[in-house]
Ligand binder design. Sequence first.
Ligand SMILES: [Fe+2]
Ligand SMILES: [Fe+2]
Length: 217
Amino acid sequence: MGEIITSGASIVLPFREGIDINKDRIMENNLLSRLNSPKFSHRKRNFAYEMLGEMLVNDLGLYFHSVDVMNLGGKIAKVFGLNERETLFEYVTHDVGKTGVWSLLGNHDKYTDIEFERSKVHPVIGYEILKKEGFNSAANMALEHHMHQPNSYPKSEKGDPGWESGLLSLADFYSATFRNDGKKFDLSGKALMKSERPGLVNEIDALYDKGIFIETV
Ligand SMILES: [Fe+2]
Ligand SMILES: [Fe+2]
């Protein structure tokens, strides 16, 4: 178990250390309640289930990460007044492009440098997969979710990415950097996010102040 400190409050949170049965169950329940909500259309639910099933078999870390980002998306949607149904779907599918390149990637938490370089095709592949299904906003979010950082990819052809994908990028970064590594997210975590995401300083403050970066169980 780990501890997360947020402006005065201290909350205990089970960090992922290998496969944690409790976390697995919590995630699973969370996932099912979200995906079974009538807010999800049949097609989107089936698509998400199929994608997560593939992740579960091929890359457990990616499965947890996708569910984690989706749950953060639910909170972000409330704070920013976004369409919850769309946001949940966009967030859970943001890394769907990785399902198209399993053979290029290793099944472990941290990619090697070569694997990381290879993984950079996943936003474009994700865009194509989602676009083909007609899930246009999710396709754009998948395409842009790594554009909000100093070494962004892929290079944008139509200028700056939107703020919506900036919020997804924060949830993605937070999940990948703090949750799965079992690090604390405190003021130094906030500073790290600000240095990694210089264009999203106000959003980081807003999410931090609203307690988005806190998980209670
Ligand atoms: Fe990604
Ligand atoms: Fe991700």
